[in-house]
Design a protein around this ligand. Structure first.
Ligand SMILES: Nc1ncnc2c1ncn2[C@@H]1O[C@H](COP(=O)(O)OP(=O)(O)OP(=O)(O)O)[C@@H](O)[C@H]1O
Length: 232
C-alpha cells in the first residue's frame, strides 16, 4: 500500500504540488490524468525524491519513505519509467537492463532477465546494440524492462505512449497491463489516452494546478469529468 498525505512539492519557492492525498492499495492500477502542466510529472518525481523539497508523507507499506534518497526508494520497491525514457545511449541494451539490477534486493535476476526477454523479444535480439540506436518504441520497451529488473512492487510510468508509433503503442499497453494483472505489480500511470486508462485502470486521479480535484474507482471517470479537466 502506497499512501501519500498532505504532500507539497516545490521548485524553489514555487509550490507545484499542493496538499496531495492519495491512497494506492497494493495491486491497484492508478491512472493520473490532467492537462499539461498540472503537476503529474512533478508528483512522480516527488514520490522518487527528485524534487528540491517536499513536505508531507509518502508511506510504502506503513514506512515513511519521504526522507529517503532516491536509490533507497528504488531498493524499497519503486520502479520508474520516466518521460522521455531515460535510456543511456552509449550503453548496450543489456547494460541498460543491468542498471535496473543495481537497485534489486531479491536474487531473482536471472528469472527477471528471462521474463523481460520473453515479454520483449526485440531486446534479446538487440541485446548488444547501443541503446541510442533503438527506435522510440524499442527504447520504451527497454525502459519498462529496466524498471522490471529492479523486481519492483510499484512501477511509476510517465506517458509511456508519448511519441511512439501506433502499432507499438498497443504492445506497450499490453505489457503494462500484464505487469499489473499477471504479476500483481501496482501501477501508477500518467496517461493522456482516456480509452486505455478506462480499459486498464482500477482507479483514477485527476490533477488541476497541483491538487487532486477528482479521484476514485475508474467507473467514476465520467465523460463530464474528462471534458471538464482534460479538454483544451
Ligand atoms: N524544473 C522545473 N522548475 C520549475 N518549475 C517547473 C519545473 N518543472 C515543472 N515546473 C512547473 O511545475 C508545474 C507542473 O509541471 P509538470 O511537468 O509536473 O506537469 P505535467 O502535468 O506533468 O505536465 P506535462 O503533461 O506537460 O508533462 C508547471 O507549472 C511547470 O511549469
Amino acid at each position: 500500500m502506497l499512501e501519500i498525505s498532505k504532500l507539497d512539492g516545490f521548485y524553489g519557492n514555487s509550490r507545484a504540488l499542493q496538499g496531495i492525498d492519495l491512497t494506492v492499495p497494493t495491486g491497484t492500477f492508478l491512472s493520473v490524468l490532467g492537462r499539461n502542466g498540472v503537476g503529474k510529472t512533478t508528483l512522480m518525481r516527488a514520490m522518487l525524491g527528485l524534487l528540491d523539497r517536499t513536505d508531507g508523507a509518502i508511506r510504502l507499506d506503513g514506512k515513511d519513505i519521504n526522507r529517503l534518497p532516491t536509490h533507497e526508494r528504488a531498493r524499497a520497491g519503486i520502479g520508474y519509467v520516466p518521460q522521455g525514457r531515460g535510456i543511456l545511449p552509449r550503453f548496450t541494451v543489456y547494460e541498460n537492463l543491468q542498471l535496473g539490477g543495481f537497485a534489486r534486493t531479491s536474487d531473482r535476476g536471472k528469472e527477471l532477465e528471462a521474463l523481460v526477454f520473453d515479454m520483449f523479444p526485440i531486446l534479446r535480439e538487440f541485446r548488444n546494440r547501443a541503446g541510442g540506436n533503438l527506435s522510440g518504441g524499442q527504447q520504451q520497451q527497454l525502459a519498462i524492462a529496466r524498471a522490471l529488473m529492479t523486481d519492483p512492487r510499484i512501477i511509476l510510468l510517465d506517458e509511456p505512449a508519448e511519441g511512439i508509433q501506433p502499432n507499438i503503442v498497443e504492445l506497450i499497453e499490453e505489457a503494462i497491463l500484464s505487469l499489473n494483472r499477471r504479476f500483481g505489480i501496482t501501477i501508477v500511470l500518467v496517461e493522456q489516452n482516456i480509452p486505455f486508462a478506462r480499459r486498464a485502470s482500477t482507479d483514477f486521479a485527476i490533477l488541476e494546478k497541483g491538487r487532486v480535484v477528482a479521484s476514485g474507482p475508474i467507473a467514476g471517470l465520467t465523460d463530464d469529468l474528462v471534458h471538464r479537466h482534460m479538454a483544451v
